[in-house]
Every structure is written in C-alpha cells, then in structure tokens.
Write a protein that binds this ligand. Structure first.
Ligand code: HEC
Length: 236
C-alpha cells in the first residue's frame, strides 16, 4: 500500500492563509487501528484508546509548538492544546475522513501537510490513533490509567516510545526546540548527562517544565527516566 504522510499546519509566515479545501474521503494511511500512544514498558497489550493519555500528547507534541497551534499563536484559528479547543474546529465526530483535522495529516502536498516541514510528519501509528479516536466519536477521556511499567527502563523499551509520544514533535533533529534533540540516542544522552532531562520532566526549579504546554508526565514515566539516567543512560 502506498503510505501517505502528512499533517497539521504550522504556518510560519503570519497572515499566510492556505485554504484547506482538500476533498474528503482521502484513504487512510493504514487500515489497522494502531497501538495507542505511550506503550513504554507495556508490551502493547492494552489496545483501549483514552484521549488524555493517547491522543492529547500527539497534538501537544506535534502541533502546539510555539508559532504553530499553541494558545498564543493559534494559526488558522486552531489551538491544539486541550480537549475543548481540539474538538471545536475541523472535526466531525465519528468521521475522520470528513474532518479537516485528520485530512491535513495525510495530505500529499507538503505546503498543506501538518505538521509543516521541516517538521517530520506524524508517524503512521500516531495518524492511525487520531483516525481511530475521531471515528470512535472523538470522546473526551481523562484519568485514563497508565500502561507504563517502571521496572522497564531501557532506552529502547521505555525512553524511545516515551519521547516519540511526548517530545519529538518539538525536539526532532530537523527543527529542535531549544537546540534539544530527542529523536536519537546521542541527543537524549546529552540532556540525560547534564541533568536537564530529569530537571525538565520533574519540573524542578531552574529548568523549563516539559513537555511544554502539556500535562506533567506520569510518575511512572518520570521514574523510568530517572532510573535510566541513574543507570548511566545506556544505549540499551
Ligand atoms: C510543544 C513543544 C515542546 C514539547 C512537546 C516538549 N518540549 Fe522541551 N522544550 C521546548 C522548548 C521551546 C524549549 C526551549 C525553551 C525552554 O527551555 O523553555 C525546550 C527545552 C527543553 C529542555 C531544556 C530545558 C532547560 O531547562 O534547559 C529539555 C531537557 C527538554 N525541553 C526536554 C523535553 C522532554 C523530555 C519533552 C517530552 C517529555 C519535551 N521537552 C517536550 C518545547 C517543547
């Protein structure tokens, strides 16, 4: 199957209005449902989808960086930082293919794709989660419970899925916020060693609270990060 990438617009030039008039009905990138969001250490057994845990972090990381769809910038009127603002525009509950919010993710034309280049498109898995969430009625879900298990804290099993879900939309190598690159071991190792990774996710005084604009990570996710850093932040 031809995989189509694309996503939600971060218009760089203020005032640039690109009418998003792509026809509805564009085929989805995958027919599967995708394993929801943060699977760090879970083995991916739980396939239930819960907004706050599985969907919101994708919008926060992928779309709400400064200058894009945060409350201050709200490009094209989209603010993608909370349930209320996400469902208020471009979304037809129960029908992803009729929802502009989904359409832009699978848009072929780079100038209309979201997130906009140079940011990478959302992953196939993330796009599938958003499609499924909209198709299932775009329900709100809070206090979702966690799939995290902090006895698992290796780089591959815990840190990679966690940063993919919560951080890489802003901290990717193509366009790293604050110069911090978290989509590869070398970059994560730097902030692990200099204390900024733990300081930022624990929201300690003197560090910028991360994920920016999002909820604090769960205690379990923070514990995974701390254990991994204490073990010397190995590439394991
Ligand atoms: C919506 C965008 C966004 C998301 C999501 C995000 N960050 Fe950041 N991050 C930034 C920006 C912008 C800066 C630089 C400005 C600042 O320090 O506030 C930054 C700075 C940092 C720093 C340096 C902090 C310091 O005090 O020097 C670290 C470490 C960091 N981020 C880690 C993370 C981690 C880990 C995640 C995911 C759990 C994450 N960020 C998610 C935007 C984001």
């Amino acid at each position: 199957m031809k995989v189509r990438f694309a996503v939600l617009v971060c218009l760089i030039a203020g005032g640039l209005v690109l009418g998003c008039k792509h026809p509805p009905g564009t085929p989805p990138p995958t027919s599967g449902t995708g394993t929801p969001g943060d699977t760090s250490g879970s083995g991916g057994n739980d396939t239930s989808l819960c907004f706050e845990r599985d969907v919101l972090p994708i919008f926060v990381s992928g779309c709400s960086r400064s200058g894009c769809h945060d409350a201050a910038s709200h490009q094209e009127g989209y603010v993608l930082t909370s349930y209320a603002t996400i469902v208020s525009r471009g979304l037809v509950a129960g029908n992803a293919n009729a929802s502009e919010l989904y359409e832009v993710l699978i848009e072929d034309r780079p100038e209309k794709r979201m997130p906009q280049p140079p940011n990478p498109p959302l992953s196939i898995e993330q796009i599938a989660i958003i499609k499924r969430w909209i198709d299932e009625g775009a329900k709100n879900g809070t206090n979702c419970g966690t799939k995290c298990n902090d006895s698992v804290y290796s780089y591959t099993a815990a840190i990679v899925p966690l940063t993919k879900t919560y951080c890489n939309g802003c901290h990717n190598s193509a366009s790293p916020s604050g110069g911090v690159i978290l989509d590869g071991y070398a970059g994560v190792k730097i902030v692990a060693d200099n204390g900024k990774l733990v300081g930022a996710v624990k929201r300690l005084a003197g560090y910028s609270p991360m994920p920016q604009g999002g909820n604090k990570l769960s205690d379990c996710n923070i514990s995974q990060i701390e254990k991994w850093v204490q073990a010397g932040a190995p590439n394991n």
